[in-house]
Design a protein around this ligand. Structure first.
Ligand code: 4NP
Length: 157
């Protein structure tokens, strides 16, 4: 069993999108019983909320269902529970490093730095205050990095 946690700031745009994209890749690969996917935010603002409607509709157009997801905050215990803790940007990474207990099973990683290949970005830009193109770009970046992550997870199983 491998467990993957995607983390952004609010857990309503980027990390739920990564969650939905990767969950579909895992399901399509027939690995749902061997790979568990979750997402969280470093901030507490949106706990219990559904993903942002702009993220949900952009994802739905590409076949990803974000409707079951609800926001939660990342906690120190996540570093014991998850094999991968993947930050969307450097601020999220710094916030995660601050709550990662020494000697934990996992250390947080910058998702695109470690798994992105097709685009030059090493951070997933926050689309919250921008237009629809930002949500499409988030999907482009995440589809690329998630497919490379799946290759890595398969090797670890
Ligand atoms: P996310 O985007 O971190 O990708 O979920 C944001 C969502 C909400 C806020 C900022 C970023 N906010 O300021 O409420």
């Amino acid at each position: 069993m491998k467990r993957v946690l995607f983390v952004c700031l609010g857990n309503i745009c980027r990390s739920p999108t990564a969650h939905g994209v990767f969950q579909k890749m895992v399901d399509d690969a027939g690995l749902s019983d061997q790979v568990e996917v979750d997402s969280a935010g470093t901030a507490a603002w949106h706990i219990g909320k559904s993903p942002d409607s702009r993220s949900a509709s952009a994802a739905a157009k590409r076949g990803y269902d974000l409707s079951p997801l609800r926001a939660r905050q990342a906690v120190s215990a996540d570093f014991e529970q998850f094999n991968y803790v993947l930050a969307m940007d450097k601020e999220n990474l710094t916030n995660l490093q601050a709550i990662c207990p020494p000697g934990s099973r996992s250390a947080p990683q910058l998702f695109l730095y470690d798994f992105g290949k097709a685009f030059p970005e090493i951070e997933v830009p926050d689309p919250y205050y921008g237009g629809d193109a930002g949500f499409e770009h988030v999907l482009d970046l995440l589809e690329d990095a998630c497919s490379n992550l799946l290759t890595d997870v398969r090797q670890q199983l």
